[in-house]
Design a protein around this ligand. Sequence first.
Ligand SMILES: CC(C)(COP(=O)(O)OP(=O)(O)OC[C@H]1O[C@@H](n2cnc3c(N)ncnc32)[C@H](O)[C@@H]1OP(=O)(O)O)[C@@H](O)C(=O)NCCC(=O)NCCS
Length: 261
Amino acid sequence: VEPWRTAISTWDDRHIWIQGYDVAQLMASATFADIVFLLHKGRMPSEAERRLVDAMLIAVADHGPGSPSAAAARTVASGNRAAPEAAIAAGVLAIGDAHGGAGLACLQLISDAMTQSRASATDVTTIARRVVDEARAGNRRLPGIGHRTHTRDPRTGVLFELARTGGLAGDGIAFMVALEAAAAESIKPLPINVDGAIAAVLYDLGFPPAIGKLFFIIGRVAGLSAQVVEEYTRERAMRIKIPVAYDGPAPRELDSGKVGP
Ligand SMILES: CC(C)(COP(=O)(O)OP(=O)(O)OC[C@H]1O[C@@H](n2cnc3c(N)ncnc32)[C@H](O)[C@@H]1OP(=O)(O)O)[C@@H](O)C(=O)NCCC(=O)NCCS
């Protein structure tokens, strides 16, 4: 039988090693952010990288029970009191392109734009303007900018500042800043949102596009678990009543002799 190949972790009867590091030593001296970085990158982070990874996980952990992921988790927890894992899974399934998942498309956008920029020796400002023009022409929304409530996302500035002071800011952040400026010129002021900021930082840390969405999930499960436990401990079962306005057919008789129209 062909063995499964992995370079992530291994074990023997008395040890577990993650990327070669003994888990017992990691438990004694590393942080969870270190392990997230180590699992994906195969090396321990620098102090500045650790701070940034931690800041990103904190940024996405929770923002209230009304967000789609938390609302889905609490709705399932309300009706299924015996399986917290089902409620958490429901919350994760609510993460997508409009909620928590724009990072994937944004990281891809940055990656494509930087490939174009290098191939044609074009500066990021020109590339960002081109990307905005193309989105306008195709009537598409650009991932990573715009927000329902914030005119300036409080999390973006913190992440960019940590990246800059840690010497980790690169093309990802430069491109997103240029994109925000280009969008303000030809669409309207659209602030870099947390998904866009995380995508920029992850690009500068050398992560591939898929991690754009996965990072949100890693951090958000912490918040979802608190939401589910609060639903179990503070609320009664089935307390959620969704207001519904029915506008389908009025009650009518089924003609037993007829199937279909
Ligand atoms: C977050 C978002 C859904 C907020 O949408 P919203 O509340 O409708 O935004 P606003 O009311 O401020 O702006 C609406 C207008 O600005 C434009 N606009 C908003 N975000 C835009 C974007 N990302 N790219 C291009 N245009 C955008 C819309 O086309 C819209 O114009 P219209 O009404 O003529 O169609 C939206 O900005 C978006 O889709 N962003 C991209 C996805 C994303 O990054 N999601 C993560 C959010 S944390």
